[in-house]
Design a protein around this ligand. Structure first.
Ligand code: UD1
Ligand code: CA
Length: 484
């Protein structure tokens, strides 16, 4: 957190032309969350006194998806440049004896710690400046620091503002790609678009911005040069992990950034004692929580608030969304689980589908081609083949035979099926809900059960089997006689 007065400004008004999209750029998602969410998250990490988001293109969509109660929104109806965007926020740091953090909404990988470090660096500079004899003699004690800009050296600086430093290492100016001369283009230290400036100096400089450049825009970056003309210097905090400052201008960069973020999450969980086989194929989101000794095979998607506990194995090609998976569970290949709870020791799949609001009890087994929806299944209950269990309350140690279906929908309403402990449901039973099958009760295979079954009773509903002896012979004779 930053412990000096700070207003944060997030720039998110641009359209993102190169996305060729109806959706504003900052709302395109990275691992399931809008790009802007990550920027907002890192900013909130340092706890600024105020956070202002500049919105423009489709601002209603941006405001509603940011869903930030404490945030203030400023509208920039015409996108005349980053400098113009910040000058619209001036009223929020007018007469403010503090600092302004500015960050672009298209830089989702920056860490909260890095913003914090920029604040610490600024504080150190101010302390240092306080005892610097040269500056004291010149009479501007503590007055020569305009702020800090985060920079990094990138493998390909194309498209970024280049950081031109003076002989003392301070920033002389930031030159945009389109305005850079061939020599400046060769500089690989680039501007991240993240700065902390002293508010009174920033306001003065914003008022002097011009748009006489290659793009005809008011560049925020020009404030560095303008403040310098007043003897106020911007210092560069060059960070080592350049991936933090990658900005997203098109969908390929979006994919690249998503990959990097995913690698970060996987690195974290792997170093905390979890195994990923072929991690490059794993999808894992921000809110996923793994305990220890979880093993995840290739092509799995772990989505939303998913928690997985010790000793659990997720085989290949599984999707798990917003679910809690207990200890020593085995989710076998090609299974899909959402908004559900799987208790310790259960086995799910292969090819199982657990839909919303289901609980699969301890050591129960839900096998291939079984679909479970809005159902609570007790302990040690088996439904191992080809079934649909919807809106059901199923007890402990129940056996659900292959092909069993809870007929829960009558065309108008959904109805409940209750199956009590140790019941045995014969294969291919249709349980027409609402219905209750009692404790230890049995249903005969192929039965259509429409009435409640008492405890320990057998319910069977099918025609008597008929045997016609020598039927094949008789049929042969019949056809041979007619000559057809
Ligand atoms: C900007 C910087 C560049 C830096 C790069 C880092 C300027 C002039 N250039 O360039 O030095 O290397 O970011 O990522 O600042 N926006 C508005 N209103 C506007 C224009 C932009 O809100 O009028 C927002 C955009 O939505 C975006 C952010 O500001 O989130 C940056 O704008 P963008 O056009 O992407 O700037 P870059 O050209 O990448
Ligand atoms: Ca950009």
């Amino acid at each position: 957190m930053i412990d000096f007065p700070l207003v944060a400004v997030i720039l998110a008004a641009g359209k993102g032309t190169r996305f060729k999209s109806d959706k504003p750029k900052v709302l395109h998602t990275i691992l399931g969350k809008p790009m802007l969410w990550y920027v907002k998250y890192s900013v909130s990490w340092i706890k600024p006194d105020k956070t202002v988001i500049v919105v423009g293109h489709k601002k209603e969509d941006v405001i509603s998806s940011v869903n930030c109660n404490g945030c203030l929104f400023v509208h920039q109806d015409e996108q005349l440049g980053t400098g113009h965007a910040v000058s619209l926020v001036k009223e929020h740091f007018m007469d403010f004896d503090g600092y302004v953090l500015i960050i672009n909404g298209d830089t989702p990988l920056v860490r909260g710690e890095t913003l914090h470090n920029a604040g610490e660096y600024l504080k150190a500079l101010i302390r240092y400046e306080g005892v610097n004899l040269n500056t004291l003699r010149k009479g501007y004690r503590n007055r020569s620091i305009a702020g800090v800009a985060i920079t990094a050296r990138v493998p390909n600086p194309y498209g970024y503002g280049r950081v031109v430093r003076d002989e003392n290492g301070r920033i002389m100016k930031i030159v945009e790609e389109k305005d850079a001369d061939p020599q400046e283009k060769r500089i690989n230290e680039v501007n991240s678009g993240i700065y902390i400036f002293y508010a009174p100096y920033l306001i003065q400089a914003l008022d002097k911005l011009q748009n006489d450049n290659a793009q005809g825009e008011y560049y925020l970056t020009d404030v560095v040069r303008i403040m310098r003309e007043e003897g106020r210097y911007t210092y560069a905090l060059e960070i080592l992990d350049y991936t933090e400052i990658l900005n997203v201008n098109d969908r390929l960069q979006l994919a690249g950034v998503e990959n990097i973020l995913k690698q970060r999450f996987i690195t974290f969980w792997a170093l905390n004692g979890n195994t990923f086989h072929q991690p490059e194929s794993t999808w894992i989101e921000f809110d996923v929580d793994l305990s220890r000794d979880v093993e995840i095979f290739q092509n799995c998607m772990l989505v939303g608030k998913t928690q997985i506990y010790e000793g659990t194995v997720i085989e290949a090609n599984c999707v798990i969304k917003n679910s809690r998976i207990g200890k020593n569970v085995r989710v076998l290949a090609n299974s899909y689980i959402e908004d559900s709870v799987i208790e310790d020791g259960a086995v799910i799949g292969p090819f199982a589908r657990i839909r919303a609001n289901s609980v699969i009890g301890e050591s129960s087994q839900i096998g291939n081609f079984v679909e479970v929806k809005n159902s609570r299944i007790g302990k040690e209950t088996y439904a191992k083949h080809l079934s649909y269990l919807g809106d059901a309350q199923i007890g402990n140690k129940v056996n659900i035979g292959a092909g069993t279906i809870t007929c829960n929908f009558d065309g108008y309403r959904k109805h409940q099926t209750v199956i009590k402990d140790r019941a045995f449901i014969g294969s291919d039973t249709m349980l027409v809900a609402p219905i209750t099958v009692g404790e230890e009760a049995i249903t005969g295979s192929g039965s259509v059960i429409t009435k409640d079954v008492p405890d320990r009773a057998l319910a069977i509903e099918r025609n008597q089997q008929k045997i016609i002896e020598n039927y094949v012979e008789m049929r042969k004779k019949k056809y041979e006689k007619s000559g057809d």
